[in-house]
Design a protein around this ligand. Structure first.
Ligand code: AMP
Ligand code: MG
Length: 349
């Protein structure tokens, strides 16, 4: 199958591309589209056969449920069995935006979408192309990240083409994603709302609205077995071709340890990449260094993480030594993804 890429500079003016994508969605096809978090691979969420095509294109395990995207807050009503009162305050404050909430699902949602769970994940994205596509499709759109299962999530149309070219009919190219990490997944069916996957809406922001919020144990640790509440968190994820090792410690010690490790790997003939920050980048020599951003701006570092992991692949690096980032604000989401990219290989400095 030929994969067409249609560039959109202005969601209002370039409406013909969005209309074409909407027609494909209505015809039961899949389409990749930009959101403010990462690129999504969407299909009509109410059509089980269409949703099945998402799993096939991605090679996604069928027990990993999808997020359903809507364009108006009212759309949530017919998709869920009940809305806890706290949900309204969260919608008002964070929708449209990078917050996904889990509710008890209504009969309208096919089991394929939720991987057989009786709950459904719902989000209203704020990217104008995503909003217009959902609106014009006139159905909710089920969409996971538009990458081959296990790869790093795409933050540019080219990433989608690299992963899914020849497997899907259309990619809407809306430029680079602003948040650059997937949405926060918040379980609203738990006694205390619980973050299953940290993301663009931080723990700190959620506690301001809700008071008490929990963070699932799996945020910074491997999760296994039956206890998994967010099935997606148990899979190998965000893995670039290179092996990733995270180095943790005080800034000075971390830099020394990374330099020592880099020397060792180079002696073995390996091409070494270092994932650094503004504060440390000048201390690394003779290696390929990519800078996430300043440690004082976790949102900026978050937006660069997936781009950097894919960039190391293009640079032909064999091993990436990544600095630990403090887990406050967006730092929690950064470390959640970085640790998975590293398959939880952590070295203390
Ligand atoms: P992706 O869109 O590829 O980033 O993946 C969606 C994420 O949302 C995965 O981690 C899923 O496990 C999670 N998710 C989707 N639906 C549910 C649900 N009903 N309960 C818990 N987690 C969910
Ligand atoms: Mg994904």
């Amino acid at each position: 199958m030929e994969t067409r890429v249609l560039k959109i500079n202005d969601a209002e003016r370039d409406c013909s591309a969005i209309l074409e994508a909407a027609r494909l969605i209505q015809a039961g096809e899949v389409v990749a589209f930009p959101t403010e978090t990462v690129y999504g691979l969407g299909a009509n969420a109410l059509d089980a056969a269409a949703v099945q095509k998402i799993f096939e294109a991605k090679g996604r395990p069928s027990d990993n449920p999808l997020i359903v995207h809507i364009s108006k807050c009212q759309d949530v009503d017919r998709l869920v069995r009940e809305l806890p009162p706290a949900a309204s305050s969260l919608m008002e404050r964070f929708w449209p935006g990078p917050l996904t909430m889990i509710f008890k699902k209504s009969h309208l949602i096919p089991d394929t979408v939720t991987a057989g769970l009786d709950t459904v994940a719902i989000r209203m994205p704020r990217h104008p192309v995503a909003l217009k596509l959902i609106e014009r499709s006139e159905v909710p759109i089920a969409a996971p990240s538009a990458n081959r299962s296990g790869h790093t999530s795409p933050t540019m149309a080219q990433h989608v083409l690299d992963d899914l070219g020849g497997r899907i009919p259309l990619i809407l190219d809306g430029g680079r994603c602003e948040v650059g990490l997937e949405s926060t997944v918040l379980d609203m069916t738990a006694e205390v709302p619980t973050i299953l996957r940290p993301g663009g809406i931080t723990y700190e922001m959620l506690t301001q609205v809700l008071g008490e919020v929990r963070v699932d144990d799996g945020a910074l640790k491997p999760v296994k077995g039956q206890r998994v509440k967010s099935p997606g968190m148990k899979y190998t994820h965000y893995a670039p071709r290179a092996q990733v090792v995270v180095v943790r410690g005080e800034l000075d010690q971390m830099v020394d340890k990374i330099n020592a490790m880099a020397q060792e790997y180079m002696k073995q003939g390996m091409e070494v990449g270092i994932l650094a920050t503004h504060e440390t980048k000048d201390y690394y020599k003779e290696v390929k260094v990519l800078v996430l951003g300043s440690r004082t701006q976790p949102a900026v570092m978050a937006s660069n993480l997936f781009w950097a992991l894919r960039q190391f692949d293009d640079l032909g690096v064999d091993i990436v030594l990544a600095e630990w980032i403090e887990t406050r604000e967006e730092g929690l989401a950064i470390m959640n993804r970085m640790l998975r990219a590293a398959a939880f290989r952590v070295v203390d400095a």
